[in-house]
Design a protein around this ligand. Sequence first.
Ligand code: SN0
Length: 320
Amino acid sequence: MKTFFNVGDIGDLDTALEEAKQVKATPYAWKKLGENRTIMLVFFNSSLRTRLSSQKAALNLGMNPIVLNIGQDSWKLETQMGVVMDGDKSEHLKEAIPVMTSYCDIIGVRSFAGLSDREYDYNETVLKQFVEYGGKPVISLESATVHPCQAFADLITIEEYRRKRRPKVVLTWAPHPKALPQAVPDSFAQWMNAADVEFVITHPHGYELDPAFAGSARVEYDQMKALEGADFVYAKNWSCPGVTNPSQYGKILSMDMGWTVDDAHMAVTDNAYFMHCLPVRRNMIVSDSVIDAPTSLVIPEAANRVVSAQVVMKRMLESL
Ligand code: SN0
């Protein structure tokens, strides 16, 4: 495996889920595979789970992880081509990437959407430069439009907790005080469309996800109707994807607190589990009562981030 960006990169999902089960049961069985191998984890943005679960997954495989926080520990990096570098950016990605990849066997990159230039974000401009100038396998640790390690962990969690062969999974938008990227809902939609589940997306008008990710998923604008009979409720805020109106890209269109997932919302589900990728703003996205209930999966979901990362790194090591 040379890249881990999209669901297609992992191949057959049943095989991947079976491998995840094995990795979870015997995490240290591949300690020799990563011997004398180095993974570099590069962060342009903050992280808690991604950083720690990626390091833990690498250590489980016997690899040496190196973490770099761009702009804090390193020079500030220029990511745009052809610019006069007379500002605060001291080094260009065109040099920084091949230098970093000369020190490692696999590279993971976190680079959030800037949310101002839709084309720049949706072309995955920064991530693609790591492929082009790095020459080593690349993992997206949340880039402009995808967060595949999260979506894979979400699928593993759904597989573990499902009580029906084909559960109903509802992705619901919820309010947030800051404009957030679309990477988490984009990837979640992409993976749920590929999985054997009944998938419904609900959000206020204007929040339509890019069709490349939403695919043929059912979109229901009435949140309560969408949640009826749900087995899994996956809450997430995202800013305007700019599908229907490109000039609104990255903007907050609604702060409607009626969309906060609370007991009244969960009451219409089939005793659904609650999921969120974290970090979560309590009593904005979800009420204390719902996230603190025994049906909340946020902690096991986060724990599965080690499992998803380890399967991906294992596959990459096997193909080096
Ligand atoms: C990120 C996002 O893409 O929504 C990371 C999620 C894994 N979330 C945030 O940036 C939340 C920031 C905040 O202040 O709540």
